[in-house]
Design a protein around this ligand. Structure first.
Ligand code: ATP
Length: 297
């Protein structure tokens, strides 16, 4: 029999669920950045990222490990490790289980539910300081399944909300916030993404569209504002480069994909510096004395 979810996750200290009200606001790229940043927050930090965006898995591509296979050990699935030591930064996604990356996942709720349960109960998660979970946009079957399966470890769950500054995204964010309150999921805070623009020439951040909507929402709804990440062309080039690299490496299976250099290049971006501040706030908020349900904040 498979170990129970609580057994599998018994050595996972914090589980951070990344949520957004709307698609395309940068939830997956922020999940990846958060995982990278938590990993570099200490030389011993152990981090993993789980992609439960079953119909649009983009985490393998963004981490430069698209096309990799998940290995089955006697003790369950082994995550794909993306760090130099191959032990401190793991990654699991339905994307690793598809025969071809163009294949689409067209599943009804029960099959998605079974897949999410398997990710939690059949993967050898081991000892982790942080498990970051990227979810689909909105609040769907996947979110309900996830929370239902994670109920035995509820005291270690928290969430981070991602929005863009536009009114339409903020309206959907309000629904997402209401969901967290209904299911009693603590919210560590909100990140406003694509807020302003980083000039590729001088690195200055300028505001081409409206910004600050997320911060306003935090004041109104008594949430922690974690920070604003600008539109960063360097970041996009990096994430695209990882896709190209993954594509070429799939055709040359003997050449290992250098996900490490991807991570190193990320640390030279403007986004990385801002993300480090955001990550410190998240680590602080996860201290036992700070973590309260957002009902109580
Ligand atoms: N700060 C940013 N600057 C520039 N581009 C960004 C930024 N954040 C995200 N992007 C780009 O926007 C696109 C959408 O991002 P991403 O896939 O992370 O969004 P998402 O919210 O997870 O989408 P979905 O909900 O559809 O899965 C990607 O191409 C990503 O590279």
């Amino acid at each position: 029999m498979n170990p129970s979810i609580s057994n599998r996750l018994q050595n996972v200290k914090h589980i951070i669920i990344v949520l957004s009200g709307k698609g395309g606001v940068g939830k997956s790229s922020i999940s990846v950045q958060l995982a990278w940043s938590l990993y570099s927050s200490s030389p011993t930090a152990r981090v993993a990222i789980l992609d439960v965006d079953l119909t649009g898995p983009s985490i393998p591509r963004m981490m430069g490990v698209d096309g990799h296979a998940v290995h089955q050990s006697t003790d369950g699935w082994v995550p794909v490790f993306v760090d130099r030591e191959k032990s401190r930064l793991g990654c699991m996604s339905v994307g690793f289980l598809l025969k071809r990356k163009e294949d689409s996942v067209v599943w009804r709720g029960p099959k998605k539910n079974a897949m999410i349960r398997q990710f939690l109960s059949d993967v050898r998660w081991g000892e982790l300081d942080y498990l970051v979970i990227d979810t689909p946009p909105g609040t769907s079957d996947e979110h309900l399944s996830l929370l239902e399966h994670l109920a035995p470890v509820h005291e270690r769950l928290s969430s981070v909300l991602v929005t863009t500054p536009q009114v339409v995204a903020l309206t959907d964010m309000a629904k997402c916030l209401s969901f967290t309150r209904t299911v009693n999921l603590p919210v560590l805070g909100l990140i406003e993404n694509m807020s302003g623009y980083v000039c590729p020439c001088c690195g200055e951040i300028s505001n081409i569209f409206s910004t600050g909507g997320g911060e306003e929402m935090c004041k109104r709804d008594n949430l922690t504002f974690l920070g604003a990440l600008p539109i960063d062309t360097q970041l996009v080039e990096l994430l695209d480069a990882s896709a190209e690299q993954a594509t070429s490496d799939t055709s040359q299976p003997d050449k290992p994909i250098d996900s490490v250099s991807l991570y190193q290049r990320y640390h030279a971006t403007t986004s990385s510096k801002i993300m480090q501040d955001i990550t410190q706030k998240i680590i602080q908020a996860l201290q036992p004395s700070s973590l309260t349900s957002n009902h109580e904040i």
